[in-house]
Design a protein around this ligand. Structure first.
Ligand SMILES: [Zn+2]
Length: 125
């Protein structure tokens, strides 16, 4: 059997294609992990219209807000665990996560909101 130049190019092309298809899952995996990183939002706490602080959702922690409220970050979810407001509505609000959401404590003017890293900070005071 004689392999001519045309066959060589064909074989080379097939091998190259195989290599590309073999590499695609690796490239996609890398992209996925990058996107995951981006989806990790930040918790922004606002008190009386002023920014109190921003906290990463990827780290579990408890945050005391001015002796009036305590919120907790756990497994990427944020809940209000304690509040001295009379209605306690904020404690009963659903946990917020990277998907977004807001928890508001009206009597104490405390707002917890998720700042997704996907959209730029466009809020100006
Ligand atoms: Zn409250």
């Amino acid at each position: 059997m004689k392999i001519n130049k045309k066959d060589m190019i064909l074989i080379g092309g097939v091998l190259l294609l195989a290599l590309i298809f073999w590499l695609i899952p690796f490239i996609n995996q890398k992209k996925d992990s990058l996107q995951k990183e981006e989806q990790q939002g930040m918790l922004k706490i606002t008190v009386d219209g002023k920014q109190y602080g921003t906290y990463s959702l990827s780290k579990d922690r408890t945050i005391e807000i001015n002796d009036t409220n305590i919120c907790e970050i756990k497994d990427g979810k944020v809940t209000m665990t304690e509040a001295d407001c009379p209605d306690k509505l904020c404690i009963h609000q659903k946990a917020i996560s990277t998907k977004g959401g807001t928890i508001v404590c009206l009597p104490n003017k405390v707002v917890l909101e998720i700042e997704s890293s996907e959209k730029p900070d466009s809020i100006t005071y």
